[in-house]
Design a protein around this ligand. Structure first.
Ligand code: FMN
Length: 358
């Protein structure tokens, strides 16, 4: 049986292949990769959550200089203000790690995470970004109304059927079903009752979400090649969102030590941890995670833990010390390719999926 690659998300987003480059906040210099995936007929996404508003504007313009094709920008929804109630306990546990990297000890007053969501969102409206994707929750009603008014398409991330139903009810145009295999942060809206978020496997999550909503479903989590795309379509999804596969592509701005760790990893290498940011995320287990677990301290809630560990991660990157960097990765890393162009990856994934279905 043949299957059409021209799915509902191709029409919705104006793309040729139902393949989305996952937004990846924290990966430097994303414009070339976003642009390459969009030029190849997929949908590039810029992970903009950690970028100041004017930097988002600059990168959006940089993308537009190299492609007229549609692309998405991703923000974190529903982030709470800093909570430094347990600052001393957590800071003490991190100071030993700072000492080994020559990072000064911060004081409580130095840990401030600015809330820039309104301004970031404002830049997306001003720059007429065509597609907004979200993780950690949904837009406030007033923002959703503004997005719809501007003709923006909105994609939410769901880790449970209930979250997908909420996304559809809020007016989202599509939903990413993020299985537990996924690299990076769990998109779970509310993690207060379950420290590691909701972790349903992709294979079980996608058909249950596809049965529960009418908007197109996009599979994320462990999709690395055309077999994954073909399987996703069979499960009722209208496409895939792939992050890890593109981290070792030619255009990826990921740190060389991170790429090396990815290429040397296996399906057993990753763990779920909240050590780096206070929110659960999947990454390659390393020295930082092991030391944090040994300390036996609960992290501060997101985003405060993320702000508190930032200088450690930055110092580690400067020294190419993969032991103290956040090595976000999904469970499919044996399927990575080294230095392949993003265009070739998009075309190969589409071609392989067609072959599976022919
Ligand atoms: C390095 C990295 C950073 C990520 N950052 C974001 C982000 O900023 N926003 C988001 O919605 N998802 C983010 N994700 C999750 C992806 O959207 C997606 O769910 C995941 O990459 C899918 O699993 P895979 O890595 O196995 O392909 C990130 C993933 C990785 C690997």
């Amino acid at each position: 049986m043949a299957i059409s690659m021209n799915t509902a998300i191709c029409d919705l987003f104006g793309i040729e292949y139902p393949i989305i480059l996952a937004p990846m906040a924290g990966i430097p210099d994303m414009a070339p990769l976003v642009s390459a995936v969009s030029r190849a007929g997929g949908l590039g996404s810029l992970g903009a959550a950690y970028l100041p508003p004017e930097e988002i504007r600059r990168v959006v313009r940089e993308i537009r200089q190299t492609t007229d094709a549609p692309f998405a920008v991703n923000l974190f929804a529903g982030v709470s203000p800093d909570d430094l109630n347990r600052f001393d306990e957590v800071n003490d546990a991190l100071n030993g790690m700072r000492d080994s990297l020559g990072v000064p000890h911060p004081d409580r007053g130095g840990i401030v995470t600015p809330d820039r969501f309104d301004e970031q969102f404002g830049v997306l409206l001003e720059e007429q970004v065509p597609i907004l994707s979200l993780t950690f929750g949904l837009l406030a009603e007033r923002h959703m109304a503004q997005a719809v008014q501007a003709g923006m398409k909105v994609i939410a991330t769901a880790t449970t059927v209930e979250e997908a139903i909420q996304a559809e009810a809020a007016g989202c145009h599509a939903v990413v079903a993020q299985g537990s295999e996924a690299g990076g942060h769990r998109g779970t809206f509310d993690t207060s009752g379950r420290r590691m978020g909701a972790n349903i496997g992709t294979m079980a999550l996608v058909p249950q979400i596809a049965d529960a909503v009418h908007i197109p479903v996009i599979t994320a989590g462990g999709i690395m090649d055309g077999r994954g795309l073909a399987a996703s379509l069979a499960l009722g999804a209208a496409g895939v969102q792939m992050g890890t596969r593109f981290l070792t592509s030619a255009e990826s701005g990921a740190h060389p030590a991170y790429k090396q760790a990815l290429l040397g990893s296996t399906e057993e290498s990753t763990v779920l941890t909240d050590a780096f940011s206070g929110r659960p995320a999947r990454g390659i287990e390393n020295e930082f995670i092991r030391k944090w677990e040994t300390a036996g301290v609960d992290p501060l809630p997101f985003p405060s833990q993320n702000t508190l560990t930032r200088e450690i991660r930055n110092a580690a990157a400067k020294r190419s010390d993969a032991g103290n960097m956040a090595l976000w990765a999904g469970q499919g890393t044996r399927m990575l390719t080294d230095g392949q162009s993003a265009e070739e990856i998009v075309r190969q994934v589409a071609e392989e999926a067609r072959r599976v279905w022919s």
